[in-house]
Design a protein. Sequence first.
Length: 92
Amino acid sequence: MLGSFRSLAGQSDEQLAGTVDGILRVLAPFPYWAIEKACTSIQINGVMRDGRYDRKWPPNDSEVVAEVRDKLRLYRDQFDSADALLNAKVAK
């Protein structure tokens, strides 16, 4: 994902390792599939800023987390709906 942002080209290996380490830490609680979807979206589209995609500057940790949460939202809504349906009382 970060490789698609050319603005990172001048960073040292240590700086890039720190960036990646920070992102890994904040993403640890999330499922792999949601992280993969979010990172692919960011790599292809850029990050949403001020109502439009920014492809020049890489996302910060909170922007990556926001993208992952966005990917999870649809699945959580569907799960909650199915759970409510399965746990509903049957009318007689």
